[in-house]
Design a protein around this ligand. Structure first.
Ligand code: CS2
Ligand code: MG
Length: 402
C-alpha cells in the first residue's frame, strides 16, 4: 500500500477544526486532527508545506518510522505546532492500518482492558450557588466525575465560566479579549466551593478543578493543602508547566492529586516529573502530543511511577481526537479518566462519530480504524474565521497567564 495524496481540511462548525486526510492507492484513507486552538493556520502551513510532500509514496503501515521521520527529520523539534502536525499524521496512519486490517484501532494497541471509559463533565457557574446547581445537573445526566469552576467575587470574568448562557468556547473571533485577575481572591474562594460541593453531594462523586496555570508554586501548595479535606480527584495545571521544579513544592505540601500537561507536547516535558513522582495524571492529548505512537511511550513510562492518563478533551480537539483517545483509553492498563466536553450539535453535521455517552462512561463502536469520518462537502459550508484565545492581566495591568 502507498500514500498517494494528503489534504488539510479546515472547517468551522461552531469553532475552527483542522483535519488531515491521508489517501492511499488502495482507496483507504485515514484522518488526523490537526486543530490547535487559536493557532490553526500555523499547523495547516506546517503540514501542507513541510510534511505532505514527504508523505507521498510512503508505506502507511510504517507508522513508527514515519513518526521518527517527522520528529527527528524536522531538525527543529518539539513545540505545539510541530507535535500537533506529527500527531495528525500519526493518527491518520493508525486509522488507515485499522481499516486495512478491518479492526478497530484499540485492537492494534493491545486490545480492550475495559469495556467503557470513565469521563468527567464540566460544570461552571457565576457564583457558588450557580456552580452547585451546574454540578447537580451533570450528576443528574449520569456523570460520576465533574470538574467544577466558579466565578470569583470581585473578578469580572474567569477561566472556565462562560459569559451568559452560550456554550463555553474560549476562543473568540476577532482579536484576543482581555480578562483581569487577582490570585488572592481566587485562592480565598475556591475552598469554599468544594466545601459546599461535598456538603451537598457527598463523597462519592469525583470532583476535579482546573487552576489553569495561575498559581505560583507556593500558592498552588497552599491551595492543594486547603482542598485536601474535599478529596479532589485532581487539581489541574496548578502552576504554569514551564517551571518543572515548581511541582516539587506542591508535592512537598499536599496529598491532593495533581494533573498537568495539556499544553505539553512530548515525553521530555514529563520525564523528570515522572521520575520524581511529582504528578498523578497525564493531560497531554493525543492531538497535541505527537499522536498514538508517542502517547503509548509516554503512558508506558508513566505506568512505572503509578501515573495514569487523564487526557485533555475540550471542544477544541475535534471528534477525531476524541475517537483516538477513546480507543487508547480502552486499551491501556494505566487509564485514569477522560475529559469529555460534548461538541455542539452542528459539529455532527461535518463529523460522523461512533462514540456515545452512557451513564458516566463513553462507549465507542467496533468500526475499523478510528470509526469517525468527515463530510468534506458539509465542511465547505463552514468557512474558517481566525479566533484568539483570551489574554489575562492582573488588575494592575500586568500580563499574566490565561
Ligand atoms: C481547559 C481547556 O479543558 C481544560 O482543561 O484547560 O478548556 C483549555 O482552556 C482549552 O483547551 C484552550 O484551548
Ligand atoms: Mg485544563
Amino acid at each position: 500500500m502507498k500514500i498517494t495524496s494528503a489534504k488539510v481540511i479546515v472547517t468551522s462548525p461552531s469553532r475552527n477544526f483542522v483535519t488531515l486526510k491521508i489517501e492511499t492507492d488502495e482507496g483507504i484513507y485515514g484522518l488526523g486532527d490537526a486543530t490547535l486552538n487559536g493557532r490553526e493556520k500555523a499547523v495547516v502551513a506546517y503540514l501542507e508545506e513541510h510534511c505532505i510532500p514527504m508523505l507521498i509514496g510512503r508505506d502507511p503501515f510504517q507508522i513508527e518510522d514515519s513518526w521518527y521521520l517527522f520528529y527527528r527529520g524536522a531538525y527543529w523539534r518539539r513545540g505545539p505546532v510541530t507535535m500537533t502536525a506529527v500527531a495528525a499524521i500519526d493518527v491518520a496512519l493508525w486509522d488507515i492500518k485499522g481499516k486495512a486490517l478491518n479492526t478497530p484501532l484499540y485492537n492494534l494497541i493491545g486490545g480492550k482492558s475495559r469495556e467503557k471509559v470513565m469521563v468527567y463533565a464540566h460544570a461552571n457557574g457565576k457564583d457558588i450557588e450557580a456552580t452547585l446547581g451546574a454540578v447537580g445537573r451533570e450528576i443528574d445526566k449520569g456523570f460520576i466525575a465533574v470538574r467544577a469552576q466558579t466565578g470569583i467575587p470581585g473578578i469580572i470574568d474567569t477561566y472556565g465560566v462562560p459569559k451568559g448562557d452560550a456554550p463555553y468556547e474560549p476562543a473568540v473571533r476577532g482579536l484576543a479579549q482581555e480578562s483581569f485577575w487577582e490570585t488572592e481572591k481566587y485562592m480565598n474562594h475556591v475552598p469554599k466551593l468544594f466545601k459546599r460541593l461535598r456538603e451537598t453531594y457527598g463523597e462519592d462523586v469525583h470532583l476535579l478543578h482546573d487552576v489553569h496555570h495561575r498559581c505560583t508554586p507556593i500558592e498552588a501548595a497552599r491551595l492543594a493543602r486547603e482542598l485536601e479535606p474535599y478529596h479532589l480527584f485532581w487539581l489541574e495545571d496548578a502552576v504554569a508547566g514551564e517551571l518543572q521544579e515548581g511541582l516539587r513544592l506542591i508535592r512537598n505540601h499536599s496529598t491532593t492529586p495533581i494533573a498537568i500537561g495539556e499544553v505539553f507536547n512530548t515525553i521530555y516535558d514529563y520525564s523528570a516529573l515522572m521520575v520524581e513522582q511529582l504528578f498523578d495524571y497525564i493531560r497531554m492529548p493525543i492531538g497535541h502530543g505527537g499522536g498514538i505512537t508517542h502517547l503509548l511511550k509516554v503512558a508506558a513510562f508513566g505506568s512505572v511511577y503509578h501515573i495514569k492518563t487523564g487526557f485533555h478533551g475540550p471542544t477544541d480537539l475535534s471528534p477525531v481526537t476524541m475517537a483516538a483517545a477513546l480507543h487508547f483509553d480502552l486499551a491501556i492498563n494505566n487509564f485514569g479518566i477522560q475529559e469529555y466536553m460534548p461538541h455542539q450539535a452542528i459539529v455532527n453535521d461535518v463529523f460522523k462519530i461512533n462514540y456515545k455517552f452512557d451513564k458516566g462512561y463513553m462507549i465507542i463502536d467496533d468500526s475499523p480504524g478510528l470509526g469517525v469520518d468527515i463530510d468534506e462537502a458539509k465542511a465547505v459550508k463552514y468557512p474558517y474565521e481566525r479566533a484568539y484565545l483570551p489574554i489575562n492581566r492582573k488588575t494592575d495591568g500586568t500580563m499574566f497567564h490565561w
